[in-house]
Design a protein around this ligand. Structure first.
Ligand SMILES: [Zn+2]
Ligand SMILES: [Zn+2]
Length: 349
């Protein structure tokens, strides 16, 4: 099996450091990709620290991958060497359960195979992510990078982008709809750009008056500062769709009261337990409190194509792989606008 260079955490909380890892020999339905860029997601940090108590070490994170096809298996029909492609959070699923058949591989009844910290469905080998020179994935989970989409900035669409795109599309964000985005980090900033590009009227809800100018710069039509009781009262029952990207557990009741008659509030952060909510805040107005996580493969391709057509890209700061530990620290302090992307050519430095 080919040995390649990557960056790995050797144990929980260890700094990421250079490591060699194995990539499998191509199966007939596999695509081999040389990785050019990989976005840095909050889950990379959680996973390498074993915050979710399921990490297998050494752990090579990264699931916002953009690269170039270098080789394909004999049965591959959709890709050929030289093409630019992307790989997101999933590299496999059963592809035959009702959910997979509906294009919702992220909810596969047999659980999809994550791009890293997962187990290969055939061999049981640990999957390794995009903080590495190359990756091998079955064809069905490789996405086409459309022409006109900047490869250096496209990576974060594969996780932060699709996580917000999927609920915006499912609940029909578009002209005539009022959309609110709570939280303005990696996910929130993508949600704003996508909702604006879909034609919705977009309001950012933030605790921090310092973020007002940033929200407007991203295209938001209005900003609601959640510590301003008067403004919150005035915005009651206002939003058809409220995407909640706040990354820590919080009381959702104030946000439910902002949600419109028969509107939907959608939580997209994995934040474990929520404080108790009063059912009255759901009943009075037939409101929906929902959750959503990433998206299916066809839906992710739709997002990439939409972003290429509309010129929507994440705001990124490109770093060398040698700066990844510092980037993790800065990400924890929310000191990034709004997503780090690793230039993987720096692995060779
Ligand atoms: Zn992610
Ligand atoms: Zn399935």
């Amino acid at each position: 099996m080919p040995q390649v260079l990557g960056y790995a955490a050797s144990e929980a909380g260890a700094l990421l450091a250079p490591a060699t890892l194995l990539r499998r020999e191509l199966r007939s339905n596999d695509v081999a990709v040389r990785i050019n860029y990989c976005g840095v997601c909050h889950s990379d940090l959680h996973q390498t620290r074993n915050d979710w108590h399921n990490t297998v070490f050494p752990c090579v994170p990264g699931h916002e991958i953009v690269g170039e096809v270098t080789d394909v298996g004999s049965a591959v029909t959709k890709f050929k060497p030289g093409e630019l492609v992307a790989i997101g959070c999933l590299v496999d699923s059963c592809l035959k359960c009702p959910r997979c058949e509906k294009g919702m591989e992220q909810f596969c009844e047999e659980y999809p195979t994550p791009t890293y910290n997962g187990r290969d469905r055939l061999t049981g080998e640990l999957t390794n992510g995009g903080y590495s020179e190359t990756i091998v994935s079955r064809e069905e989970f490789v996405l086409r990078l459309p022409e006109g989409l900047d490869p250096e900035r496209a990576g974060p669409l594969l996780c932060a982008g699709i996580t917000t795109w999927s609920p915006l599309r499912h609940w029909n964000a578009g002209p005539g709809k009022r959309v609110a985005i709570a939280g303005l980090g990696g996910l929130g900033h993508m949600a704003v750009k996508l909702a604006v590009a879909l034609g919705a009227n977009v309001t950012v809800i933030t605790t921090s008056p310092a973020k007002v100018a940033d929200a407007i710069a991203l295209g938001a039509h209005e900003v609601l500062v959640s510590t301003d009781a008067d403004a919150m009262a005035k915005a009651k029952n206002r939003f058809d769709i409220l995407i909640d990207t706040i990354p820590v557990s919080h009381d959702v009741t104030p946000y439910l009261s902002l949600t419109a008659l028969e509107g939907a509030m959608v939580i997209v952060g994995a934040i474990d337990m929520l404080p108790a909510i009063h059912t009255g805040s759901l009943l009075m107005g037939r409101k929906t409190l929902a959750g959503s996580i990433i998206g299916g493969i066809a839906e992710t391709q739709e997002l990439l194509d939409f972003c290429a057509a509309k010129g929507v890209l994440p705001d990124c700061e490109t770093i060398a792989i040698q700066d990844i530990n510092q980037a993790f620290e800065r990400m924890e302090r929310s000191d990034v606008k709004y997503r780090f992307v690793i230039d993987m050519s720096t692995l060779a430095d």
